[in-house]
Design a protein around this ligand. Structure first.
Ligand code: GLP
Length: 245
């Protein structure tokens, strides 16, 4: 694992955007695995800025997102579909048909998860997967569990995740209780994985996930086994790591 220890959120965002840009420039039709949450917003902003300056071209890029709330339609402002369009897709020259997310409106979980896995396979797999991390070590919506889930599946969100994400909704009651998410196996198949973490509130989980034992109780800890992981984290997020970086 390569670790970039950066000063703050802004530097984390620039570094991550640099890594994604290098990927797009070296392979214009890259398949980018994308993430939502507050952590990647600055990264997307930076990519948009470079696109506007004429330094980046998204016309051949394909994207697949990690997850989507089950039951939210595309017009719902809390859907990850809406988030991605607002922060990235509507602001760069990526053709809409080259962007993909699980379909939260498909009530048939098994069918939807199979469709999404087949879709990723038909794209030839993910070149680089961008990941944020939840406070309990979840990646995508892979919550702490007894075992690592392999493929895209439907999950029941944990109370702590509902509480953490309620800030985007009117109230905790409005946060969907289920979501579709790529599995840990799906994520690990990406050629390269780029994890971004910022803030003191993530310091404990960063230490556990990347320097602690590998366990499905800390889903992100499995990333220690991937051959090409880049962790970009700011000083606050790395403040509990005692190992030499
Ligand atoms: N499904 C998303 C995750 O993909 C994300 O990594 C996590 C952390 O979010 P934040 O970056 O806002 O801390 O939140 C959500 O649960």
């Amino acid at each position: 694992m390569r670790v970039y220890a950066v000063k703050d959120y802004r530097e984390m965002s620039r570094k991550a955007a640099n890594i994604l840009s290098a990927q797009i420039i070296s392979k214009p039709d890259s398949v980018l695995g994308l993430a939502t949450g507050s952590t990647p917003i600055g990264t997307y902003e930076q990519l948009v800025e470079w696109y506007e300056k004429g330094d980046l071209d998204f016309s051949e890029v394909r994207t697949v997102n990690l997850d989507e709330y089950k039951g939210l339609d595309k017009e719902n402002k809390q859907s990850y579909y809406y988030f991605m369009h607002r922060h990235l897709f509507d602001r760069v020259n990526i053709p809409q048909e080259q962007t993909h997310l699980p379909d939260g409106t498909n009530a048939e979980a098994e069918k939807e998860c199979r469709r999404y896995e087949e879709l990723m396979e038909s794209l030839g797999g993910i070149d680089i997967q961008l990941l944020g991390m939840g406070h309990n070590g979840h990646i995508g919506f892979n919550e702490p569990a007894e075992a690592f889930a392999k493929e895209t599946h439907c999950v029941d969100l944990q109370e702590s995740t509902i509480q953490a994400n309620k800030r985007f909704f009117e109230s905790a009651e409005e946060v969907p209780r289920q979501a579709y998410t790529m599995g840990i196996g799906t994520i690990l198949r990406a050629v390269r994985i780029l994890v971004i973490v910022s803030g003191e509130d993530k310091a404990d989980i960063v230490k556990k996930a990347f320097w602690g034992p590998i366990t499905p109780q800390v889903p992100a800890s499995i990333l220690q086994l991937h051959p090409d992981v880049i962790l970009v984290a700011d000083e606050a997020a790395l403040s509990k790591v005692t190992e030499k970086l």
